[in-house]
Design a protein around this ligand. Structure first.
Ligand code: C5P
Length: 224
């Protein structure tokens, strides 16, 4: 059967990863969470005390660090590894969410991540979620979805995800983070968050995960 690239872009915490993961499992495709890669770069820079303006040190860091994904056989989850070590929990913490959009704006960071993502998807048969997959990483993706949802719904979902991991965060702080990140992500010069002309809009404010997955699978059926 034809192997497709499925690009799922959109605002923070709209349910992109949950949907993308389920679609990938249904189709037997690989799944790549590109946000995790930008989060890993942020974690690396913070841990090595590299300032976000120190371009030569950032370029060296991009050369030195290894970002990969490892499948956890027990949970079936794709876990992010930085220099071979699973760092899935750390990259989801608020301290990383609060800095990641300042790091993802740096052109050298974007170029390195986009190149790696294109390599990961060169055999196709992949679902990738992020901000610029349908516009920059795979402009030729056969299925492109652009997800959105109202801010409060997104913040409540994010708050619950953090609580499950033991981090209690005020709703206002989460809303503030989402709004700031969306603004930075949408206004940056290099591959900003925007809907590709051929992406289908999916508002997830009032629909279930199953409905989101069905919506994407229907688009897939239409092109297979
Ligand atoms: O998807 P997630 O919320 O984990 O992404 C974290 C951040 O990584 C985003 O706010 C954005 O700044 C950056 N990002 C990006 N391009 C992508 C995926 C994520 O700039 N393709």
């Amino acid at each position: 059967m034809k192997q497709l690239v499925i690009a799922i872009d959109g605002y923070s915490s709209c349910g992109k990863s949950t949907t993308a993961k389920a679609v990938a499992a249904e189709l037997g495709y690989a799944y790549i969470d590109t946000g995790a890669m930008y989060r890993a770069v942020t974690l690396y820079l913070l841990e090595h005390s590299i300032g976000f303006e120190e371009l030569p040190r950032i370029e060296q860091a991009l050369h030195d660090m290894t970002i990969s994904f490892k499948r956890n056989r027990r949970t079936g989850r794709n876990e992010l590894c930085l220099d071979g070590e699973i760092r899935e929990d750390e990259i989801r913490q608020m301290r990383i969410s609060n800095s990641v959009s300042e790091v993802s704006v740096i052109p050298a960071v974007r170029h390195a991540m986009v190149r790696q993502q294109q390599r990961m998807g060169r055999k196709r048969g992949i679902v990738m979620d992020g901000r610029d997959i349908g516009t920059t990483v795979f402009p030729d993706a056969e299925v492109k979805i652009f997800m959105t949802a109202d801010t409060r719904t997104r913040a409540l979902r994010r708050q619950e995800e953090l609580a499950v991991k033991g981090e209690q965060v005020e709703l206002e702080a989460i809303i503030d983070n989402l709004v700031k990140r969306d603004h930075l992500d949408s206004t940056r010069a290099e591959s900003p968050l925007r809907r590709a002309a051929d992406a289908v809009l999916l508002d997830t404010s009032h629909i279930t995960i199953d409905e989101q997955v069905d919506f994407v699978l229907e688009r897939v059926s239409a092109v297979l």
